[in-house]
Design a protein around this ligand. Structure first.
Ligand code: C2O
Ligand code: CU
Length: 462
């Protein structure tokens, strides 16, 4: 049932790509730097060509950032790339000016330029950071990393691992990141890679002990791939989603989905015996692939521990006042097979074919791309409900900046706190949140080619 799929089958190993010149940037500033720069790394298995990436700190995923809840984070982004860039701190309830969205909260940082990001970290949890300029390409080239905000009181575990799940599309001949500007990616399900990786590594393997309790922080940094994950030789609970603790740990059943940009914190016990293997499995078309392999050696204790407690909640997160809420609708249309009748693009009325010629395929509320006017304007503290109606054939991972929301379920109940919600084709889903964070916040699909081809709007909190 489990296969370690070999990739790039049939290609001869090519000579390593020469190391891209990394600009040396002199600096005597006290703030820690995060340099976005080209680098060459081994993504494909040993023996296959190396890949030129763009990475923070020259690695993919970028240098892990770890801080304490309640502390202040400072990083100077230094742009050693050949094009402008910016940094977005995904999921952080951040000061708007630090949100990193070019054209909305700042200008893109030009090559050779830098930008100081400085903000408080009110919430513990698993977050990530990534480029927000030309992101369908820059994130795919590697401009992404984990941002971990630790609880003041750590949960009772033996060890923790951060797994950034991603996929790359590599040219089988050269090993290089390939296939940008592919119309199919823009108009269908997004840019899906041909090699799925964990922390930039294909077939990630690590050790574990029988009865060991692990916290796994999973981050989906892929452009468009929805990971369906399952456990084997591991048993446990989801304890947080998109950084936010669940009120009660939720036992992991058959499998669970992790859409682009979503995170899940798991607490798992290694139930596989000493000498056996355990897996984080990736399910594809009913088949399970070993995405992370744990080689179980030795034993951590004679028996399993009691079920874990919930993680401590983050402050001031509650969603209330649904009855008097400001209600907004987001109608999503477009994409292959359906298209749209007409929509407004760059201030003019266009048909679907017209838009497609400009590599635009999606409309939200009849607008292709960022509208002049926000979707809605909410006073600070106002409860907002947004009904998202997906009239396309494709799933969309809808992400709101600066806030977490809860889903309003059909029975009126509230779902877990999230910042990214997967909305399948022909589905209508509703979210609610308290607009507590003043500023201009984008709201977009995190299938990044969709965002680039129309699925981007914004809201304003006064
Ligand atoms: Cu993860 Cu608008 O971003
Ligand atoms: Cu989408």
């Amino acid at each position: 049932m489990i296969t370690r799929r070999s990739m790039l089958a049939g290609t001869a190993a090519l000579a390593a790509v020469p190391l891209a010149g990394r600009r040396a940037l002199a600096s005597n500033l006290a703030v820690e730097e995060l340099t976005a720069a080209p680098a060459t790394v081994q993504i494909a298995p040993e023996g296959y060509p190396q890949t030129e990436i763009w990475g923070y700190g020259g690695v993919v995923p970028g240098t892990e950032i770890r801080a304490r809840q309640g502390s202040r984070l400072r990083r100077r982004l230094v742009n050693a790339l050949p094009e402008p860039t910016s940094l977005h701190w995904h999921g952080i309830r951040i000061d708007n000016a630090m949100d990193g969205v070019p054209g909305v909260t700042q200008e893109a940082v030009p090559p050779g330029g830098d930008f100081l990001y400085e903000f408080d970290l009110p919430d513990a949890g698993t977050y990530w950071y990534h480029s927000h300029n030309q992101s369908y390409e820059q994130v795919a080239r590697g401009l992404q990393g984990a941002l971990i905000v630790e609880e003041t009181e750590a949960p009772d575990i033996d060890r923790e691992e951060v797994f950034v799940l991603d996929d790359f599309r590599l040219d089988p001949e050269t090993g290089q990141i390939a296939g940008f500007g592919n119309m199919h990616d823009f108009s269908h399900g997004g840019r899906i890679g041909n090699i799925a990786v964990t922390n930039g590594i294909f077939n990630k393997t690590l050790g574990a002990r029988h009865n060991e309790r692990l916290r796994l922080r999973l981050i989906n940094s892929a452009n468009a791939r929805i990971f369906e994950l399952a456990l084997q030789g591991l048993e446990g609970w989801i304890v947080a989603l998109d950084g936010m603790p669940l009120e009660a740990p939720q036992p992991i059943g058959e499998s669970f989905l992790l859409a682009p940009a979503q995170r899940a914190d798991l607490i798992v016990d290694v139930t596989a015996e000493d000498g056996a293997e355990a897996h984080l499995l990736r399910l594809e078309g009913g088949e399970g692939f070993s995405h992370v392999l744990f080689e179980v050696r030795g034993s951590a204790s004679a028996s399993r521990r009691a079920a874990p407690a919930a993680l401590p909640p983050n402050p001031d997160m509650e969603v209330a006042g649904l009855e008097e809420a400001l209600t907004s609708r987001l109608h999503m249309e477009g994409g292959a097979m359906r298209g749209f009748q007409t929509a407004t693009m760059d201030g003019r009325e266009v048909g679907f074919r017209d838009a497609a010629q400009n590599m635009k395929f999606w409309a939200m509320n009849g607008m292709v791309g960022m509208p002049e006017e926000p979707l809605f304007i909410a006073e600070r503290g106002r409860t907002v409900r947004v009904v998202m109606q997906n009239d396309t054939m494709f799933p969309h991972a809808m992400h709101l900046h600066g806030h977490h929301f809860r889903e309003v379920l059909p029975d009126g109940g509230l779902g877990p706190m999230r910042d990214t919600l997967l909305v399948f084709g022909d589905e209508s889903r509703e979210i609610a949140f308290v607009a507590h964070n003043p500023g201009e916040w984008v709201f977009h699909c995190h299938m990044l080619t969709h965002a680039a081809s129309g699925m981007m709007t914004r809201m304003r909190v006064l």
